[in-house]
Design a binder for this molecule. Structure first.
Ligand SMILES: [Zn+2]
Length: 479
């Protein structure tokens, strides 16, 4: 990128709340249900139907605000955001504008060892719209209203982000935090976390922000990073050509790796926001707020600092363990069974992460129980299994789900600590390799490595290497 320019990014993140029912009616909030099965007069907006706010949504919005240090408004107001779209039968979305649940706050993250944060403008609650389904073959379009009224929070950041790395780190921190506090599963591929990016560029040192464009259809963190790089370069070349940036909305095409213009924003949208007359303002009492505060779990960022302080993990180790809730929970489960955080961390970072990288799943799935891993580590520490065989056992258990002890026994992978049986193999190897014995006697130290290798091979990796070394020394010196 041209280093004479600085990019400025703000994010608008829509997160579906993980509630049983929708935001203002009792329809199920469910991903993947048959078309138009989770609908009722309220979420369809039929005349006379009156919405009632789902208390769980209010709680989740406030939990999110507390997690990001936002101010919680004592009085919040729902407003109607009016616009026409075929998938919005009411012709308005219930949202919040002037009095959202949460104001301000910040998303903390670490990047290349540096502690940073992105400020938030607000977090507000709103309802989702339905989905249009296009049948290109028959040239028809259909509407699925299941998603109408699904509760969302929208997290709006300040334009504090100046690189694609900062954007992804901010997003990741938001995702991990929301998953940790239990308000959403934040699955980008299922659309429960969606991110729009506002981007502008300006000459370094210019006090005024440039004209911004908005990008949509970003379906993965990778897409967000690519789209930011692409759009920044496009804007810079427009400016370098002496032209002006137009305020437009773009749609990212991840296959092509480029943006396509959706619509011009110059006319400006007028959503004619006004307070929803069907819904009363919501008052958050200090007692209620206190109750939610007391139920907040430890946040990933704080947990990371605690791991570094209490468990003596390095920043990198703590970061990897806490940057994904599945890995964190697994680590915590192991910790209950074995109070050796550093040892557990090493095994998770090397062996569990290796397995997770091999699998191509979007969300990590740890296919070994905490008990099984701890048993395996204990076997290794008690010299009952070599490190190589332990890894092999892990591979087998990962697929089969059996117990590590059984697998090690069944496959004859348990380490042989019996000096007599190891000695038998050592003697056999020495007898079969007179030339190597002569080499060793002649001062060739490498001959010993050869012997160790042969013994390990013959014992199928089971012989305890320390015992092998000891007996080899004894026997070779007798020669
Ligand atoms: Zn409904």
């Amino acid at each position: 990128m041209n280093t004479n320019y600085e990019i400025t990014v703000g994010l608008e993140i829509h997160v579906e709340l993980k509630t049983e029912t929708k935001a203002f009616c009792r329809c199920k909030n469910q991903f993947g249900a048959s078309i138009n099965t989770n609908t009722c007069p309220v979420c369809m907006g039929l005349p006379g139907a009156i919405p009632t706010v789902n208390k769980k949504c209010v709680e989740y919005a406030i939990r999110s605000g507390l997690a990001f240090d936002s101010e919680i408004n004592e009085i919040s107001v729902f407003e109607r955001k009016n616009y026409f779209y075929p998938d919005l039968s009411k012709a308005y979305q219930i949202s919040q504008l002037k009095k959202p649940f949460c104001v301000g706050g910040k998303v903390r993250y670490k990047l290349n060892g540096e502690e940073k944060f992105t400020r938030l403008d607000n977090i507000h609650m709103e309802e989702d719209a339905g989905k249009s389904v296009h049948d290109a073959k028959n040239n028809k379009s259909y509407v699925d209203f299941n998603r109408c009224g699904v509760p969302l929070i929208e997290i709006v950041t300040m334009p504090d982000i100046h690189s694609s790395e900062e954007a992804v780190a901010t997003l990741n921190s938001i995702k991990e935090t929301l998953v940790a506090i239990g308000v959403s599963d934040c699955k980008m591929q299922e659309g429960s976390l969606r991110c729009d990016v506002n981007l502008s560029v300006r000459k370094v040192g210019d006090p005024v922000l440039g004209t911004r464009t908005e990008m949509k259809n970003l379906n993965s963190f990778k897409a967000v990073a690519r789209a930011i790089e692409y759009e920044a370069n496009r804007q810079i070349s427009v400016l370098e050509n002496g032209e002006k940036i137009r305020q437009i909305t773009l749609k990212w095409d991840d296959d092509k790796g480029e943006n396509e213009e959706l619509r011009s924003k110059e006319a400006g949208n007028d959503y004619r926001y006004f307070p929803d007359p069907d819904l009363l303002p919501v008052r958050i009492t200090p007692e209620y707020l206190e109750k939610i505060k007391n139920s907040m779990p430890e946040l990933p960022f704080d947990r990371k600092n605690r791991y570094m302080r209490d468990f003596n993990l390095t920043e990198n180790e703590a970061e990897t363990i806490t940057s994904n809730i599945v890995v964190t929970q697994f680590f915590e489960e192991c910790l209950k069974l074995k109070n050796e955080p550093k040892v557990l961390c090493n095994w998770i970072l090397t062996d569990i992460m290796r397995k997770l990288k091999e699998s191509l799943e979007d969300e990590p799935k740890i296919q070994i129980s905490a008990k099984n891993l701890v048993d395996l580590i204990n076997m290794f520490q008690n010299k009952e299994i070599s490190i190589n065989n332990a890894r092999e056992v892990l591979d087998i258990v990962w697929e089969s789900g059996e117990s590590v002890v059984e697998v090690a026994e069944k496959n004859g992978m348990k380490q042989d600590n019996n000096e007599d049986s190891v000695k038998q193999i050592v003697l056999q190897v020495i007898e079969q390799n007179p030339q190597a014995v002569a080499d060793f006697k002649g001062g060739n130290e490498r001959a010993k490595t050869f012997f160790v290798g042969q013994v390990m091979k013959l014992s199928r990796g089971k012989a305890n290497p320390q015992i092998v070394g000891k007996i080899l020394d004894e026997e070779l010196n007798k020669k």
